[in-house]
Design a binder for this molecule. Sequence first.
Ligand SMILES: *[C@@H]1O[C@H](CO)[C@@H](O)[C@H](O)[C@H]1NC(C)=O
Length: 189
Amino acid sequence: MAASLNGLMILVIVFLCLSLQSASSPAPAPAPSPYNLLEFTCDKTNDYPVCMKILKSNPQTASASNPLDLARAALNLAMADTSIAREQITVLSRSQKTQPGLRKPIERCIQWYDSAVREFNVSTRELVEDPMSANYDVGVAGIQAYYCENGFVSAQLQVPAEIASLNEKLWSFSRIASAVTDTLQQDYS
Ligand SMILES: *[C@@H]1O[C@H](CO)[C@@H](O)[C@H](O)[C@H]1NC(C)=O
């Protein structure tokens, strides 16, 4: 009697363990389509239309099929775009049309943009091992736009329109990169 009761108890325990195990590991959700991945990402940026426009404009970001591919592609795009912006600021700093008083803060922006490219670059190397640091570094990249702008504001100078729009773009890339690196830390698929 005692033996068969023990046997029954063991069966019940085994059954409970099996059902608990299956409850804690639900079937994975179906893989998201690239479009869903972009929407999911851009929803986090508070800048949905601009984010979608940027990510759909590039074949690598537009076709990324998982969060890591999207993060890599978005950071490459951010690096390339910020490098081009840096060159545009360099041209502006040397232009004869630039007011002499604006030259110094414009030259400082070149350095802030160098830092932004560097932060995006560092972030790409952290995506797999340390997405939390990758997320932090792309935030730091965005702050460089603020430093650039502040060079004019603190000297009571008007921010040149061309620089204001480059700063806006750098902010957008930072927000997008922040969203993609945030997704890496989630159980997305
Ligand atoms: C990123 O960093 C690596 C290592 O420092 C460097 O070789 C590479 O040129 C950098 N890429 C860009 C786009 O700056």
